[in-house]
Design a protein around this ligand. Structure first.
Ligand SMILES: Cc1cc2nc3c(=O)[nH]c(=O)nc-3n(C[C@H](O)[C@H](O)[C@H](O)COP(=O)(O)OP(=O)(O)OC[C@H]3O[C@@H](n4cnc5c(N)ncnc54)[C@H](O)[C@@H]3O)c2cc1C
Length: 528
């Protein structure tokens, strides 16, 4: 059994800070929620490194919204449901596609500049989209543009206070209600942030894997803390592996945006042959899981550690349309306008997460979640490219609207008391060693291709690691590693339970989709 909290504490002895709404995370979901919520009360945002340290900052391709003349929310919905392979929540998808265009235009009103062609947005197309509906900024710097605009707005908003370098450890809950979080300051002090409503916008957990496009902050802390507190985590087996990360030793793997294939780049085998038409009618723009498995297959056949992505058809236009990809490739000695780029798959996105309703509510009163940390049901078994930035906006906005009813001017928050003094066992090795082992294990046994034998053996080892939790003094690395161990077990467990292949979850021992048994969600809760 996991401990309820990762650390000892006594609220009555701790530094305490108060606000109306607490938002954890400074990516698109956290900052947008904070800005919207500041209309109704005082908001505090906590973030574990600097504001821009987030997956959002790294997003390249763009943000999907049905704003084009030929497009409609209905078409966007159809594409999203198809990509989700029968597991999307239709109400949530309807909200996403219908409210998406308004949210994107709000972002423009806040100051975000998306690329234009004449008066219209320059819309691009990505895998599994039937229309051009991806807005992008400075070519392939969409996330950076959004992060800059939202950070600036939050920093200059009188209703939002931002604390950087604050590592949230656990949620404070009592009698089924959430009252904020316990966090670690850089000086090693623990502090309680108390609030009437708390939003976990802590992003995903790409760091579960040896090869990932995610930055170091993506350790799934919010999911693990929510799990310890008793929320349900849904669909944890569905991890999206991006087919095309730049192949080079080191972590994180730089993403080569799918929009490049949308603009005509093609995948080429180690032997120099174009292979995607053999795997799917949409060829290079097939769903990501299909492309990732096809690449693995080609790599296996040629005993190679990468394939090639040939974007030379863009020629001199490459640098203008994809400046970030161009510059990064040049930094690794590849000129993508005249030669192909070495690429291989990497863990990229978590479809599952903290189960919420369409207003971002969890099963714990006063606790909300949105963005990549949450599972509201818009992605199902596979995310449609560029829907995740949109998700952060749409559901962040809805959370802000529903949180306003929580503000309470009673002294209850100030009187709250809670302690935990459970015994804890330190790991035998260092946190860094444990993390490395988990990342290797997940890549080898809970990766793109899975089977019962591999999942079983991963679970056995993870159970051994989970018997230990770091005791005081607590460090950021130890907290993150404990969270990774918890989540690794949940991903492996959910993957073992789902005896079929669907979307991003592929079982070598159950290669077919099985709607009769498995057109349903996997929900994991601590008590189970
Ligand atoms: C390389 C790359 C390219 C991508 N390209 C696209 C794209 O083109 N289009 C698209 O739609 N999506 C894209 N995605 C996915 C998308 O960027 C993310 O899903 C989205 O940005 C998630 O936003 P978020 O606000 O939920 O989380 P994040 O942006 O990851 O923010 C999470 C925040 O929580 C903070 N945090 C985490 N744990 C703690 C803790 N314990 N205490 C305090 N703070 C904490 C983090 O520091 C961070 O500030 C891409 C992702 C990557 C990695």
């Amino acid at each position: 059994m996991y401990p309820r909290h990762l650390t000892d504490f006594d609220l009555s002895q701790m530094n305490r800070e108060y606000c109306d709404f607490l938002v954890v995370g400074s990516g698109i979901a956290g900052l947008y929620t904070a800005l919207r919520a500041s209309r109704f009360g005082r908001v505090t945002v906590l973030t574990k490194k600097k504001m821009e340290d987030s997956n959002t900052e790294h997003a390249q391709g763009g943000i999907a919204a049905a704003v084009g003349r030929e497009d409609s929310p209905r078409l966007h919905m159809e594409d999203t449901l198809t990509a989700g392979v029968g597991l999307c929540d239709e109400d949530a998808v309807r909200v996403l596609v219908n409210e998406g265009p308004t949210c994107v235009l709000e972002l423009v009103a806040l100051g975000a500049h998306f690329d234009k062609r004449g008066e219209d947005f320059a819309l691009t197309r990505e895998g599994a989209h039937s229309e051009r509906r991806i807005l992008h900024a400075r070519g392939d710097s969409t996330g950076e543009e959004i992060e800059q605009v939202l950070s600036w707005k939050a920093l200059t908003s009188s209703g939002v206070v931002i604390h950087e370098d604050i590592q949230v450890i656990d949620l404070i809950t009592r009698d089924g209600r959430c009252y904020g979080v316990i966090a670690l300051r850089p000086d090693g002090q623990k502090v309680a942030y108390l609030s009437w409503a708390t939003v976990l916008a802590t992003g995903g957990a790409g760091q579960l894997y040896k090869n990932t496009t995610n930055p170091s902050v993506a350790t799934g802390d919010g999911l693990a803390a929510a799990y310890r507190a008793g929320t349900a985590l849904a669909d944890m087996e569905f991890i999206q592996f991006h087919p095309t990360a730049l192949y080079h030793p080191g972590n994180p793997k730089f993403l080569i945006t799918e929009a490049l294939r949308g603009e005509g780049a093609v995948l080429v085998s180690p032997a120099g042959e174009r292979f995607m038409p053999r795997y799917h009618p949409r060829a290079d723009l097939a769903p990501r899981d299909v492309v990732a498995r096809a690449i693995l297959d080609e790599m296996r056949k040629a005993s190679a550690d990468h394939v090639w992505l040939d974007g030379t058809s863009l020629g001199a236009g490459f640098a203008e349309r994809f400046p970030k990809v161009y510059e990064t490739c040049r930094g690794y000695g590849v000129d993508p306008s005249v030669e192909p780029i070495p690429v291989a798959p990497a863990a990229h996105y978590m479809m599952g997460g903290i189960r919420t309703d369409i207003d971002g509510r969890t099963n714990i009163e006063g606790l909300y979640s949105c963005g990549e940390a949450a599972c509201v049901g818009v992605h199902g078994a596979n995310r449609l490219a560029s829907n995740s930035l949109l998700e952060g906006l749409v559901f962040g906005r809805r959370i802000a609207n529903s949180m306003k009813d929580h503000v309470d001017h009673s002294p209850a928050l100030r009187r709250l008391s809670l302690t935990d003094h459970e015994p804890r066992r330190p790991w035998p090795g260092t946190a860094a060693e444990v993390r490395r082992e988990v990342q290797e294990l997940m890549w080898a046994k809970v990766g793109i291709l899975r089977d019962a034998a591999g999942l079983d053996s991963a679970l056995r080892r993870l159970a051994e690691l989970a018997a230990f939790t770091w005791s005081d003094p607590l460090t950021v690395e130890a907290i993150e590693t404990a969270n990774l161990v918890t989540l690794a077990r949940l991903v492996a467990k959910a993957a073992l339970i789902r005896e079929e292949s669907r979307g991003s979850h592929y079982r070598l021992d159950f290669p077919a989709r099985d709607d009769e048994r498995w057109r349903r969600h996997n929900l994991l809760k601590r008590e189970d």
